[in-house]
Design a protein around this ligand. Structure first.
Ligand SMILES: Cc1cc2nc3c(=O)[nH]c(=O)nc-3n(C[C@H](O)[C@H](O)[C@H](O)COP(=O)(O)O)c2cc1C
Length: 306
């Protein structure tokens, strides 16, 4: 099997994001993926870093924009500054314009992890405000959701969110990573590597099948996926919902491409009133049961499959 290539790229002033990066890289590597650790180029002067009492930098190589082309996925370790990404990460993305212009990163994947001083200092906003970098490059974002049980453990303060692992460093940086935060980091490393590896394996199977014209290509794409590719992109799940009235309502043609019509027939509201479908109360849509979640905190238990 072709191993997925993953770059864990981080910035860290006091060491928390570095610790997360190392835990994430180790867990990713354990899946069989090829994993390399990098640092974002520092943009602050030595003088400023000294005034901030920054920790010495690790020896991991400094990432260059072109290095990104060599990987299938990236795990970005981006500490929080004023609720968003540290400038070093932002400056690095500013240097990737050439890759953007050539679509060099289209089809790759990324996850985000972070660190903030306080529990509510912006871990989620740091991830959210980093998403435009990914979107503009055509990189697909892979969150971690709540599958790591530590994320819903309220017996102690735990950094991290559905957007990725995180440390809570404390105002003076003295709070170390807890076992639970490290477990979330390991989960992110493992799940991301498995996700990207699945994609890489499928892609290489498709490429091999194309080369040999073997029927494996058909097997590589699940029948259900093939069937839905022709289907309407947005289809209501609920077949019991009220019948559509679009056939009787006049259309401006805006969506169909037809010329807008000035019709003398009754406006939509009146037409609907006149049709039996509209005068009969629409059958109540049956409430579809939600799939069982990872935890039962939200909503009523009966709304979830056990
Ligand atoms: C200029 C500056 C802005 C910061 N802004 C925030 C913030 O908005 N919220 C927060 O909780 N922590 C904030 N912090 C604290 C850092 O997020 C924290 O020191 C960092 O995540 C620790 O990670 P590290 O040990 O890898 O450097 C800020 C720190 C600096 C230097």
């Amino acid at each position: 099997m072709v191993a997925a290539k993953i770059a864990v790229i981080y910035s860290s002033t006091y060491g928390h994001v570095r610790t997360l990066a190392e835990a994430i890289a180790e867990a990713s590597k354990a899946t069989g993926a090829q994993v390399d650790l990098y640092q974002f180029p520092e943009i602050l002067s030595d003088e400023v870093l000294a005034k901030m009492h920054a920790a010495p930098k690790a020896d991991y190589p400094i990432i260059k924009p072109d290095d990104l082309k060599n990987y299938d996925g990236f795990l970005f370790g981006i500490p929080t500054r004023y609720g968003r990404a540290v400038g070093a990460a932002s400056a690095f993305f500013d240097a990737t314009g050439g890759l953007w212009a050539t679509g060099g990163l289209v089809g790759k994947f990324a996850g985000i992890f972070t660190s903030s001083a306080s529990q509510h200092g912006g871990q989620e906003t740091t991830a959210l405000t980093t998403l435009p970098f990914l979107a503009h490059h055509g990189i697909s974002y892979v969150p971690i959701g709540f599958a790591a049980s530590q994320l819903t453990d309220n017996t102690e303060i735990v950094g991290g969110s559905a957007y990725g692992a995180a440390a809570i460093a404390g105002g003076d940086g003295s709070r170390g990573l807890t076992e639970k935060e490290l477990a979330i980091a390991a989960y992110q490393g493992k799940s991301f590597a498995e996700f990207v590896s699945t994609f890489v394996a499928g892609k290489s199977a498709l490429a091999a099948a194309k080369e040999t014209s073997a029927p494996a290509a058909a097997n590589a794409v699940p029948a259900s996926a093939a069937a839905t590719s022709e289907a309407a992109p947005y289809e209501l799940n609920d077949k019991d919902a009220a019948p559509a009235t679009t056939e009787t309502a006049p259309t401006t043609g805006a969506l169909t491409g037809a010329a807008p019509t000035t019709t003398t027939s009754a406006p939509a509201a009146e037409t609907e009133k006149a049709t039996p479908a509209a005068s009969t109360p629409a059958p109540k849509a049956s409430q579809p049961k939600k799939k069982g979640g990872f935890f039962g905190c939200c909503g009523k238990a009966e709304h979830y499959d056990s």
